[in-house]
Design a protein around this ligand. Structure first.
Ligand code: UT7
Length: 328
């Protein structure tokens, strides 16, 4: 009996790209705005600077620039894309979806484009969703984008949150290809959510409640505890499904919220720090954009190479959390 096609297709990475706002805000700049210090921020988070969107820069303009960079890196034309998923919690407008804005900006008139909202886990959720579309045979070539302008959700007088976040976008092109002996492509995914923790990380506004955008609120210590405590479950699920472990993994590319969370998670799983891609020092926490920004950096500087095994992982508001293993 022949197997269903879902077992015969893989979602293979063709290219990756990213975009950052021009303006860089350093910890020293923030010292002039709120009662904080470069020492505190670096010691507690590892962040040294972040990019902040200026006038005219929005989630869709950054997402479009990242998508163009990923298409160029992949060597494919925009009109061959039939699926666009944008992971974001900071859309340009309440509707239409930022994905349709990016679709139009790229000149794509076929296929489907939609947003996905899982806060900082958004990119892992979007890769997992695209993988299911591509392996089902319904769509052939996807742009998966993480794009955010969290600076526009921050209370710039609240030192406990405003020093942590930055803006940016990253994208990958995935293509459905027949499974090959090298097993390139997305090889395992695991997602979770638990809605009981809303008040630990949320935005206190929205169209259906206040009619305003609102500001980000976070009980940092609780999020930290959850991040280190729970996330290893989805990672070990992926290891088991992919037949990979910390010793055979080439690169660990986690969500970039806090250097201490990343180091504690890697240590718990026995992943040596040399295998961890870190960009939190340069970008801050860019929510759904942080993983594709880090992937783009590590591909551009030659660390991530074709055929290598890469794990992505994130924890975000909701709570949501997830991991995926990609053979590059
Ligand atoms: O993307 C997913 C979502 N976010 C995260 O993953 C973030 C998770 N949480 C964290 O990264 C950390 O909890 C933080 C970096 C947010 C905070 O670090 P912490 O070690 O948990 O510090 P804390 O909240 O316990 O605060 C320690 C002290 C407090 O002062 P007291 O009460 O000890 O006198 C804060 O008021 O640090 C103070 N503080 C600051 N001091 C200088 C808080 N923010 C600042 C600041 N500058 N920006």
């Amino acid at each position: 009996m022949s197997e269903p096609s879902i077992h015969l297709l893989r979602s293979v990475v063709l290219g990756v790209g990213s975009a950052l706002p021009q303006r860089v805000v350093t910890n020293a700049d923030l010292e002039k705005q709120v009662d904080t210090s470069d020492d505190w921020i670096v010691q507690r988070t590892g962040i040294r600077q972040r990019h902040i969107a200026g006038p005219g820069e929005t989630t869709s303009t950054l997402g479009t620039a990242a998508a163009r960079a990923a298409l160029a890196n992949a060597g494919v034309e925009a009109e061959t894309i039939d699926l666009i998923i944008v992971a974001t919690s900071t859309p340009d407008f309440t509707f239409p979806a930022t994905a349709t804005q990016i679709q139009a900006a790229l000149g794509v008139t076929q296929g489907v484009a939609f947003d996905l909202q899982a806060v900082c886990s958004g990119f892992v959720f979007a890769v997992t969703t695209a993988d299911k579309f591509l392996r089902s045979g319904s769509h052939k070539r996807a742009l998966v984008i993480g794009a955010e302008t969290f600076s526009r959700l921050l209370n710039w007088e609240d030192r406990t949150t405003c020093v942590l976040f930055g803006d940016g976008a990253g994208a990958i092109v995935l293509e459905a290809q027949p499974a090959s002996p090298e097993e390139r492509g997305v090889i395992a995914t695991s997602l979770r959510s638990d809605g009981r923790h809303r008040e630990k990380l949320y935005v206190d506004g929205g169209p259906s409640t206040t009619g305003t955008v609102g500001h980000l609120k976070m009980i940092g210590k609780d999020v930290f505890r959850h991040a280190v405590g729970q996330v290893t479950g989805v990672m070990t699920d992926c290891f088991a499904a992919a037949g990979v472990d910390a010793t055979t993994l080439d690169w660990f590319v986690p969500h970039q919220a806090n250097r201490r969370i990343i180091e504690a998670s890697a240590e718990k799983l026995g992943i040596p720090l040399e295998k961890v891609v870190l960009t939190v020092d340069r970008h801050g926490n860019t929510s759904a954009a942080s993983i594709p920004l880090a992937l783009a950096a590590a591909v551009a500087d030659g660390r991530i190479k074709k055929g290598q095994t890469v794990m992505i992982e994130a924890v975000g508001g909701g709570f949501t959390w997830g991991a995926a293993i990609i053979r590059w």
